[in-house]
Design a protein around this ligand. Structure first.
Ligand SMILES: *[C@@H]1O[C@H](CO)[C@@H](O)[C@H](O)[C@H]1NC(C)=O
Length: 417
């Protein structure tokens, strides 16, 4: 009897620990898709944007490449819940509600995502889910929603509710756990995309709570953001795995980031190369793929020629290798490769051993999805809201120069059409 009760206790402990993970079978590789925010902010949270984007995914061939999610961001609902406490789609944006749009998108073989927030309000001031998590999960399931981006504005804060809290009253783990549990209480699997701005070292616990976690504040569409995000991501590659990924905010290279191994890329230091410097992007990246090794060369500090001996790359070993570079489509074979890169340019290679697989997985720091990329021109396209940024500012077009509008790189955040 005694041993039996111990066994029962162990079994219960096991079940409890299983229940503590999201474990919904989703996000085996990083989600690919579209988010409405940077298109036209609040105005893009509509049926017409969702459907025209879904059509474009098909007609441009993006669907066939694996881009699946049509995600609507903030401002899709009315400013108040209905008297029963449910979110209501804004009828001016969703004339027939959301479900018929979702059905149509599903009929095209695509998936549909919505945006919510863990606090009392969304970052744009719409109803948040705090206290309504289960109702909102039920609403998502009833509409057939596939993806739930969950922001962190107006969450518990010392000194009162503010949009971007500088002194949180508690851990984001608490409120993200509440929503995770609510999603688990409905029968539909819904990808839980946590957008808590990389707080509370989310990468260390995110896989038990969601399918992805933003590991930093927003990508502000400038090179400084790329440096900030990519240099931080290099140190957390080991936390990415099928089912839960670091979210670098709109970065991706599909050919390798959909590898089923689900490992993230990180730095490797070739013989004779200087060591990485914290806060700067190191030129040499690598990580394992199911059928080779991904290698990234990044000219982060200016135009330069970058070379790599394949023998220096974790997981490759010695000998002649075949390679393909994804931006140029160039291919070749040899024991090394060299690329002349423009400033902020990069080369992304898949390297394979001729006629065979590569040696087993390199160190835990290895990687594939070099989701470090696309240095966009430093143009000012940011608009009047900062979403999921934690740098804090949302609301009408700024007229003064509030400090909250300073970007992480120290520059002022300006609204430039
Ligand atoms: C509120 O919305 C829910 C879900 O759409 C609906 O079932 C309920 O009837 C609505 N309540 C009122 C009072 O309109």
């Amino acid at each position: 009897m005694h041993s039996k009760s111990i066994f029962a206790g162990t079994a219960i402990g096991y079940l409890v620990s299983l229940a503590a993970a999201l474990n919904n079978g989703l996000s085996r590789t990083p989600a690919l898709g579209w988010n409405s925010w940077n298109v036209a902010q609040c105005n893009a949270a509509s049926a017409s944007y969702a459907l025209s984007t879904a059509n474009a995914f098909v007609s441009l061939g993006l669907k066939d490449l694996g881009y699946t999610y049509i995600n609507i961001d903030d401002c899709w609902s009315t400013l108040s819940r209905n008297s029963s406490g449910y979110l209501v789609p804004d009828p001016s944006k969703w004339p027939n509600g959301i479900k018929p749009v979702v059905d149509q998108i599903h009929g095209m073989g695509l998936k549909f995502g919505l945006y919510g927030c863990a606090g009392t309000k969304t970052c744009g001031g719409y109803p948040g889910s705090q206290g309504y998590e289960v109702k909102d999960a039920q609403t998502l399931a009833a509409w057939g929603v596939d993806y739930w981006k969950y922001d962190n504005c107006y969450t518990p804060c010392n000194g009162g509710a503010v949009q971007t809290c500088g002194s949180p009253a508690g851990s984001t783990q608490t409120w993200y756990g509440t929503m995770r549990n609510a999603l688990q209480s409905v029968s539909r699997p819904i990808l839980f995309s946590m957008c808590q701005w990389g707080r509370d070292n989310v990468w260390t616990w995110g896989a038990n709570y969601g399918n992805s976690w933003r590991m930093s504040t927003d990508n502000w569409n400038d090179w400084a953001s790329v440096v900030r995000i990519a240099s931080a991501a290099a140190g957390m590659a080991q936390y990415a795995a099928p089912g839960g990924f670091n979210d670098l905010d709109m970065m991706g290279i599909i050919a390798i980031n959909q590898d089923p191994l689900g490992k993230a890329a990180t730095y490797f230091q070739p013989k004779g190369a200087a060591a990485p410097v914290p806060g700067q992007i190191y030129p040499y990246w690598a990580g394992p793929l199911t059928d080779g090794v991904a290698v990234g060369l990044v000219a982060a500090t200016g135009a330069q020629t970058l070379s790599v001996n394949f023998a220096d790359v974790p997981g490759l070993g010695s000998g002649i290798m075949n390679w393909v570079e994804y931006y140029t489509g160039k291919t070749g074979s040899g024991t090394s490769v060299s690329f002349s890169l423009g400033s902020h340019d990069m080369a992304i290679l898949k390297v394979t051993k001729p006629g065979g697989s590569t040696s087993s997985t390199p160190s835990s720091a290895a990687a594939s999805s070099t989701r470090t990329t696309t240095a966009t021109a430093p143009g000012r396209t940011q608009t009047q809201y900062g979403q999921c940024g934690g740098t804090g500012w949302t609301g009408p077009i700024v007229t003064g120069t509030p400090s909250a509008c300073r970007r992480p790189d120290g520059r002022l955040y300006a609204n430039v059409p």
